[in-house]
Design a protein around this ligand. Structure first.
Ligand code: TRP
Length: 461
């Protein structure tokens, strides 16, 4: 790691907004220039800006195959606008057919923020889920659960903990000897959150997408790495052409993979395993499959990179049949953070920096009036030089939250830039839209209050 490398600390308050560097350093794929089917405003405006393996989800959508969406919430404090961005994305995936799982991170909140489990439950339901309902999530296709009461989540975290170590935590999270172990446990529980919807009990093998802010990417890197490390069959591009499938020997599969305790190979068993791989791949319609038990691999020369996902799914299913976990690395998408209203970072502990979803209209108006402006110091200068919408909070909040109409937004953008629209006028536009948005939300919250319990999974009621 170089000295100027970014370390993302999911619990820290500092937050890099150098998104290009984040993409490059952590190997995210940019979404700019990629076409999405029926993009939401967050996608159209580049606010959701990057992903990992989103194509896997898109392919499931295209084929009408099942896929899931998972997110988690920290049940502490009040819900604010920043939190609503994930809900909007979850809703979008839900509309496209995804089933939704929501983790209440009550264990994490207890360990890292001192919130009791009882209090966590209360806050999750009355503050967070109440607003998720008001924002339009469908209770019939959503399952909310608590980390503390879903054993498989904790079990998976413990089990996969075996495949990582403190060095890896040091390099992912920047941990050192003084790090509290709650910060070691919390990510492992989150790994359990992210992977458990794939277990047979919670919906079975299917792609899962996790929409997050970049602050959560370390957890995704950890989860993806751990899932891959458990896989019994590894897929890679062949150096000649097509795809190569390698048998990956672990303690759990050594016996059926023909690895004898004395280190020798049982050739018959290796061959039998390669045969099973061949028939799994053949069932997808490939014919020229070359099995090389001696090398412990199977070569599919005619497979292209588009076929990889189908092959991977068939191999994970085979692994499950043989007794393995068969875990698919999760997909993820990443959104930019909205700027705080004061122009610095949005933070729950500083109420002036954000709008809480329970703020009354008078405070909404007051906060927007006082928000950081991208206008010039005087009207005369503003008319002459124009303003900067990129840092103007009122404009930014319309773009992130309150205005659906792209062409109106473009008009306002250029009007402000040219000096035609004044800073105060921009704020007024924002106040009108924010007030409408908020009163609609408050109305919906009353209307959907009765449905909060319906969001709970049966093990969480
Ligand atoms: N750690 C997340 C936060 O700080 C909450 C969380 C728990 C989460 N489990 C998750 C987020 C799984 C996404 C996916 O907000």
């Amino acid at each position: 790691m170089g000295n100027d490398d970014i370390i993302i600390d999911p619990w820290g308050s500092a937050q890099s907004t150098d998104y290009d560097r984040i993409i490059e350093q952590f190997g995210l794929t940019s979404l700019s220039g990629q076409s999405l089917a029926s993009p939401s405003k967050l996608h159209r405006r580049g606010i959701v800006f990057a992903h990992r393996d989103l194509d896997v989800i898109q392919e499931a959508q295209r084929k009408g195959d099942p896929f899931g969406v998972l997110t988690g919430l920290m049940p502490s404090g009040q819900m604010h606008l920043g939190h609503s961005m994930v809900v909007e994305q979850v809703k979008w995936f839900q509309k496209q057919g995804g089933d939704v799982t929501i983790a209440v991170a009550d264990l994490e909140s207890q360990a890292t923020r001192g919130v009791s489990l009882e209090k966590g439950r209360e806050v999750a339901l009355n503050e967070y889920i109440a607003h998720y309902a008001a924002l339009g999530l469908d209770p019939d296709r959503t399952n909310v659960y608590f980390q503390s009461t879903r054993p498989v989540v904790q079990r998976l975290g413990f089990q996969l903990g075996k495949r990582t170590n403190l060095n890896e935590f040091e390099s992912i999270y920047g941990f050192g000897g003084e790090t509290n172990l709650a910060h070691v446990q919390a990510p492992l529980v989150q790994v359990g959150d992210i992977l458990h919807p794939q277990t047979e009990e919670y919906g079975g093998l299917r792609p899962i997408v996790v929409p997050v802010g970049v602050d959560q990417d370390p957890h995704l890197r950890l989860t993806r790495g751990l899932a891959s490390k458990t896989n019994w069959f590894n897929l890679k591009d062949s150096s000649s052409k097509g795809v190569l499938i390698n048998l990956s020997v672990h303690d759990e599969n050594a016996a059926i993979f023909g690895q004898m305790p004395n280190g020798r190979l049982d050739k018959e068993k290796v061959k039998a395993m390669c045969d099973r791989v061949v028939s799994a791949v053949a069932s997808l319609g490939f014919s020229d499959i070359i099995s090389s038990p001696k090398q412990g691999h199977v070569h599919v020369p005619s497979a292209t990179s588009r076929d990889k996902h189908g092959i991977r799914m068939a191999l994970l299913a085979l692994e499950r049949n043989l007794g393995g976990m068969g875990l698919l690395a999760p997909s993820s998408t990443y959104h930019h953070f909205a700027v705080g209203m004061t122009g610095s970072k949005m933070s729950s502990s500083q109420p002036k920096t954000t709008l809480f979803l329970r703020d009354d209209l008078a405070s909404v108006e007051k906060k927007i009036k006082r928000a950081f402006s991208g206008g010039q110091a005087t009207v005369e200068e503003h008319r002459r030089l124009g303003g900067n919408p990129d840092v103007d909070v009122a404009y930014q909040y319309m773009m992130y939250f309150f205005e659906e109409d792209d062409s109106f937004l473009a008009e306002v953008n250029s009007g402000f830039r040219s000096g035609k629209i004044l800073a105060g006028e921009m704020k007024q536009l924002c106040i009108e839209r924010a007030s409408a948005w908020m009163s609609h939300l408050h109305e919906m919250r009353d209307q959907t209050a009765h449905s909060v319990q319906d969001f709970l999974a049966t093990d969480s009621r």
